[in-house]
Design a protein around this ligand. Structure first.
Ligand code: SF4
Ligand code: SF4
Length: 203
């Protein structure tokens, strides 16, 4: 499958996931605590490259890849996600540089469910929400038992991404590495497009 089609297919999966998360949060009241950035600020986030193909495509289209690679190089030294913006978070502006282009792990963290051995959906949430909004967490836990349909279940989305491109979806890597692979995957496609464009203009 070509890179554009991969990006489109991943975005379709993310749209469905966002709907499932909104469906859950509207019923339970689950939400991130104000100005919390705990999950984005750690240095051990893992993701698969396919999760960031939409980000990579968008960066190429905006002509922002070179600047982003400088940022990525710095974050590779610290282990932080290259999209993490601690200063903006402190000012209440959100702390992800390109929030709309975040990965699967970012969308599911705190709000996702896993299936236990009997196929019952169990919420996997964070310690912040457990402490700050225990009633909402209780409702979300009950939803897993009472209404398992249309819940954001980790496995469903991982399998969908795997079916789009197994090579890009199978490995969980440090987030910096996953993003770098996604950018490299699209490199030839976009540089080839530029070559063709320049050639056409020269003719
Ligand atoms: S998922 Fe939890 S740790 Fe992450 S930002 Fe939300 S409240 Fe904070
Ligand atoms: S991509 Fe954005 S949401 Fe995901 S870990 Fe990085 S800063 Fe957080």
């Amino acid at each position: 499958m070509g890179s554009n089609r991969i990006a489109l297919a991943v975005e379709t999966v993310f749209d469905e996931l966002d709907e499932h998360i909104t469906n859950t949060t509207s019923k339970t009241g689950m939400k991130c605590s104000s100005l919390c950035n705990l999950c984005c600020s750690t240095t051990h986030i893992e993701a698969s490259p396919i999760e960031f193909i939409p980000l990579a495509k968008w960066l190429y289209e905006q002509g922002m890849v070179d600047d982003f690679l400088v940022r990525l190089e710095k974050s590779e030294k610290t282990g932080h996600c290259p999209l993490f913006l601690p200063e903006a978070w402190m000012e209440g502006k959100g702390g992800c540089l390109h929030y709309e282009k975040r990965g699967l792990v970012c969308r599911l963290f705190g709000f996702g469910y896993r299936l236990d051995r009997e196929g019952i959906a169990e919420l996997v949430t964070c310690k912040v929400m457990k402490k700050d909004i225990p009633e909402a967490v209780g409702r979300a836990n009950r939803l897993g038992v009472e209404k398992p349909d249309a819940l954001p279940i980790f496995r469903n989305y991982s399998m969908q991404l795997y079916s789009i491109d197994p090579d890009l979806a199978v490995r969980q890597l440090p987030i910096n590495k996953a993003i770098r692979i996604a950018i490299e995957k699209l490199y030839f496609q976009y540089t080839a497009d530029i070559d063709i464009f320049e050639q056409n203009n020269a003719d």
